[in-house]
Design a binder for this molecule. Structure first.
Ligand SMILES: Cc1cc2nc3c(=O)[nH]c(=O)nc-3n(C[C@H](O)[C@H](O)[C@H](O)COP(=O)(O)OP(=O)(O)OC[C@H]3O[C@@H](n4cnc5c(N)ncnc54)[C@H](O)[C@@H]3O)c2cc1C
Ligand code: SF4
Length: 711
C-alpha cells in the first residue's frame, strides 16, 4: 500500500529556482542569456532576471490557417517515457502500450502514438489540479486502495505559468492539509498549514495588516471608502499576501512525494473523445488527452527530432487548465456543457501585473489596497469594468496590477498602457518610488461567476477551478475556490472509482491499463457536492454585481455590490442576466462587446520614462518568456474567418489586437497581420477578445512560455 510519506522540504530560494530553471532550460534546449537590467537593480532583482531566458523579438508572417492538431506539433526533445516515475505500484513500461483504439487522429502516414494509462489524468498543474492529485493520494493512503494519478503541466516547471495577485484566503488549503494528518505517515510528521504556507513563500507569507479601498481621480486625487461601507467580501483580515506561483511549486513537490506523477513541460494538446462512429459530433465522453508531437519545423514539416505525442488515458480526466483552458474549452463546446448547464457564456478580465522591490522606508508589511476610478473609469456612469490591486509582501515586495474587464467597447483601449499610466497616479507612485521592477506578466481571469458555470461533469471527466469558472470577481479571488474544487473533485472521483466490490482489481494501479470495455463513468456527485459547498454560496452572493456595473456604470455597480453583500447577501429574488442556455450562439461575448472604431477617438498614452513606466518589450524580458523558434505558430487563424484580420479587425476596429495583447504579439505591417508567436505569455486574451474570435489558441511546444517565479 502506498503510504503518505513526509515530503522533502526543498528550499525555493533564488539559487534553487535559478538552478531549476537552468536545468529545465538546458533540458529543453533553452538559452539563458543576459537581459537589459535597469540601473540600480538589487541583488534579488539580479538573481531573478539573470535566471530568465532572453525572449526573442522578431517578426514573421504566420498566418497559417487552422489545421488539425494531429498534423502539427511541439515539444521538447525529452519524451514522457524518459522521465522517472515515482509510483511503485506499477511500472512505466507496463503502461506503455499501443492504444490506437482511442486515438482521434486520422492521419495514417504518422506512426501510432504510444499510450500511458492512469486511473486519473489531470490536465494542468495549478492549485486546482495539484490539490485534486494530493487529495486522491491522501485517500489512497487512508482507505487502502491506490489510484494512479498523473498531472500534465505545460510550463517548464510547476508554477512557471502561474500568475495571480495574490491575497490568499487559506481556508481551502487548511482543509487540504488537515487531511494530510490522517495519512499513515511513517515519519509521524504533523503538518501545520500555516507553517507549510510560510515555507512555500521562503518564510514570507505575509498576514494582511491593513485594507484600503480608494477611488482615484484623473487629477491625481483619491478618496478612501471607509471599510465599514465595504462589502465583507472585500475585507482581507485573516488572509495572506503570497506568490501563488511559489505556493503551486510547493504543492507540486508535495504531490510528487505522495506518488503523483507530474510531467512538467508537457502540454495536453488534444482531447481524446469517446466517439461511437468516429465523428466528433457523436462524442459522448472523454477517454484522456494526447500531448503534442515533437520536432515539427515552422513550415509544418517533420524535423530529424520528430516524435509522436503520447496518449494519456484515464478512467477519469480532470481538466484544471485555469481560465480559458484550450482543452477545457474544447470539451465545453464539444459536449455542449454550457447548454446543458443553462449557463451564460464566460466573461473575462485581463490582469496585468508587476512585482517591485521597494526601499525599506516605502514598505508596509501586509498592506492591501484596491482601487476603482482612474484610469479606467472617469465618471460614475463609466461602464468599463475593472480596478487595481497593490499588496506589500515581505521582505520588501510590492505586487501591483490592473484588471481590465474584456467586455470593454472602445477598441482603442490599450490595457498595458492603461496599467502603465495607472502607476503614475500619486496614490500608486508613492508606493513604488525608488523601487525596482523585477517581474512582469499577464493572465486572464474569469468574471462571469455564478451565471457562467457550465455543467461540471461528463462521462469520463470533469472541470475544476478556473477551467470551470470558479472565481469571485468582486474579491478578485479564485485560488481558494480552485483548491476547494480540487478537494471535492478528488473525493467524488475516489468514491466512484475505489468503492464497491472488486474496486481494487479494476484500478489501473493494479491492472496497469485502462479497460477499454469499461463504460465511462460520469461522477455527478462532484457537481452535487460543489453546489452544497461554500464556493457556490460565495459566488451566488455576488452573482449580480458584474451585471450591475455593465448596466448602470461604476457608481451604481459599487452601491449595488454593497447592498448585495451587506443586506441581501445574494438572496435577492432577481437574477440578471438571464442565463442564455441553448441560445449560446446569440450571447454577447467579450469579443462581440467591442464597437467599431468610428465611435471613438484614438487614446494618446504618455511615453514611458523607463523608471516608473516601461515600454512593452523591456517589460516582456521580465516575464522570462521563451519559445522554440522553429515550430509552427501556436496561434492559428481559424480557416473559416481567415479574412477577418484584414477586412474586419483592421478596417472596422482599427486593429484592437495590436493593443490588447500584453506581449505585443500582433502587429500589422503594410496592412498584413504579423504574429510574433514567440513573445506570447499565455494570457489567453486573444482567444477571447479577437474580432469574430478569429484566433484558435493552441498549446506550443511544452516548456515554452513565461518563466514566472514570484508571480
Ligand atoms: C491578475 C490576477 C490576480 C488575481 N488575484 C488573486 C488573488 O489575489 N487571490 C486569489 O485567490 N486569486 C486571485 N486570482 C485568481 C487565481 O489566480 C486563480 O483563481 C487560480 O490561479 C486558479 O487556479 P487553477 O488551478 O484553476 O488555474 P491556474 O492557476 O491557471 O493553473 C492552471 C495550470 O494549468 C496549466 N495548463 C493549462 N493548459 C494546459 C494544458 N493544455 N496542458 C498542460 N498544462 C496546462 C497552466 O500552465 C497552469 O499551470 C487572480 C488572477 C489574476 C489573473
Ligand atoms: S498572443 Fe494572445 S495569449 Fe499570447 S500574450 Fe498575446 S493576447 Fe496573450
Amino acid at each position: 500500500m502506498l503510504r503518505c510519506s513526509s515530503f522533502v522540504k526543498r528550499s525555493s530560494s533564488n539559487a534553487v529556482v535559478r538552478s531549476l530553471i537552468t536545468e529545465a532550460s538546458s533540458g529543453l534546449g533553452l538559452g539563458v542569456g543576459a537581459t537589459g537590467l535597469p540601473a540600480g537593480a538589487s541583488s534579488h532583482a539580479l538573481d531573478l532576471v539573470a535566471s530568465m531566458p532572453t525572449p526573442r523579438f522578431y517578426s514573421s508572417l504566420q498566418v497559417a490557417p487552422d489545421v488539425s492538431s494531429s498534423s502539427l506539433v511541439p515539444l521538447s526533445s525529452r519524451r514522457l517515457r524518459e522521465l522517472p516515475t515515482t509510483n511503485a505500484a506499477y511500472t512505466y513500461n507496463h503502461r506503455l502500450q499501443h492504444y490506437r483504439h482511442f486515438s482521434t487522429t486520422n492521419d495514417d502516414s504518422l506512426p501510432p502514438r504510444e499510450a500511458m494509462h492512469y486511473d486519473v489524468v489531470i490536465v494542468g498543474g495549478g492549485p486546482a489540479g495539484l490539490s485534486a492529485s494530493i487529495r486522491l493520494k491522501q485517500l489512497s493512503s487512508q482507505k487502502g486502495i491506490d489510484l494512479s494519478v498523473c498531472v500534465l503541466e505545460k510550463g517548464s516547471e510547476v508554477g512557471s505559468h502561474i500568475l495571480s495577485g495574490n491575497v490568499f484566503d487559506p481556508k481551502a488549503l487548511e482543509e487540504l492539509l488537515s487531511h494530510h494528518n490522517n495519512c499513515d505517515d511513517e515519519a509521524g510528521k504533523f503538518i501545520n498549514w500555516r507553517e507549510e504556507l510560510l515555507e512555500s513563500q521562503d518564510s514570507h507569507a505575509t498576514p494582511v495588516s491593513e485594507d484600503a479601498f480608494l477611488v482615484l481621480t484623473e487629477s491625481g486625487g483619491s478618496y478612501q471608502i471607509p471599510n465599514i461601507f465595504l462589502p465583507s467580501q472585500l475585507h482581507n483580515h485573516g488572509n495572506y499576501i503570497i506568490s501563488l506561483s511559489k505556493l503551486t511549486r510547493y504543492l507540486g513537490q508535495m504531490a510528487e512525494s505522495l506518488g503523483v506523477e507530474i510531467y512538467s513541460g508537457f502540454a495536453a494538446d488534444e482531447v481524446l473523445y469517446h466517439q461511437n462512429d468516429g465523428e466528433l459530433a457523436s462524442a459522448s465522453g472523454v477517454r484522456g488527452v494526447a500531448t503534442k508531437d515533437v520536432g515539427i519545423g515552422k513550415d509544418g514539416t517533420p524535423k530529424d527530432t520528430f516524435e509522436r505525442g503520447v496518449e494519456v488515458l484515464g478512467r477519469q480526466t480532470l481538466f484544471a487548465e485555469g481560465a480559458r483552458g484550450s482543452c477545457s474549452e474544447s470539451v465545453i463546446s464539444t459536449l455542449q456543457l454550457r447548454q446543458s448547464g443553462n449557463a451564460d457564456v464566460q466573461h473575462y478580465g485581463l490582469g496585468i501585473k508587476e512585482v517591485w522591490e521597494v526601499p525599506p522606508e516605502k514598505f508596509k508589511a501586509g498592506f492591501v489596497q484596491h482601487t476603482l476610478g482612474y484610469p479606467l473609469q472617469s465618471s460614475v456612469f463609466d461602464k468599463v469594468y475593472g480596478g487595481s490591486f497593490l499588496y506589500h509582501q515581505e521582505p520588501n515586495l510590492v505586487l501591483c496590477g490592473l484588471v481590465v474587464g474584456l467586455d470593454y467597447e472602445n477598441p482603442y483601449i490599450n490595457p498595458y498602457l492603461e496599467f502603465q499610466r495607472w502607476k503614475t497616479h500619486p496614490a500608486i507612485k508613492s508606493h513604488l518610488d525608488g523601487g525596482t521592477c523585477i517581474q512582469y506578466g499577464a493572465r486572464v481571469l474569469n468574471e462571469g461567476g455564478y451565471h457562467s458555470l457550465p455543467k461540471l461533469t461528463f462521462p469520463g471527466g470533469m472541470l475544476l477551478g478556473c477551467s470551470a469558472g470558479f472565481l469571485n470577481a468582486v474579491k478578485i479571488k479564485g485560488s481558494h475556490c480552485a483548491i476547494q474544487s480540487g478537494i471535492i473533485a478528488a473525493e467524488s472521483v475516489y468514491e466512484s472509482l475505489a468503492s464497491g466490490e472488486g474496486a481494487e482489481e479494476k484500478t489501473v494501479a493494479t491492472t496497469g491499463e485502462v479497460n477499454a470495455e469499461e463504460p465511462l463513468v460520469e461522477v455527478t456527485t462532484y457537481a452535487e457536492n460543489m453546489e452544497k459547498s461554500w464556493v457556490y454560496d460565495e459566488l451566488k452572493e455576488v452573482r449580480n454585481c458584474h451585471s450591475a456595473f455593465s448596466k448602470w456604470g461604476v457608481g451604481a455597480g459599487v452601491v449595488y455590490s454593497g447592498i448585495a453583500a451587506h443586506i441581501t447577501k445574494g438572496k435577492e429574488p432577481w437574477t440578471f442576466p438571464t442565463p442564455v442556455g441553448s441560445n449560446i450562439d446569440d450571447a454577447k461575448t467579450d469579443s462581440k462587446a467591442t464597437k467599431p472604431a468610428e465611435n471613438f477617438q484614438p487614446i494618446d498614452y504618455p511615453a514611458p520614462d523607463g523608471i516608473l513606466t516601461f515600454d512593452l518589450l523591456t517589460n516582456l524580458q521580465r516575464s522570462g518568456t521563451y519559445h522554440e523558434d522553429d515550430q509552427p505558430s501556436h496561434l492559428r487563424i481559424k480557416a473559416d474567418v481567415a479574412d477577418v484580420p484584414k477586412n474586419i479587425s483592421l478596417q472596422v476596429y482599427a486593429a484592437p489586437e495590436s493593443r490588447f495583447c500584453p506581449a505585443g504579439v500582433y502587429e500589422y505591417v503594410d496592412e498584413k497581420l504579423v504574429i510574433n508567436a514567440q513573445n506570447c505569455i499565455h494570457c489567453k486574451c486573444c482567444s477571447i477578445k479577437m474580432p469574430k474570435e478569429y484566433i484558435n489558441w493552441t498549446v506550443p511546444e511544452g516548456g515554452g512560455g513565461p518563466q514566472y517565479q514570484v508571480m
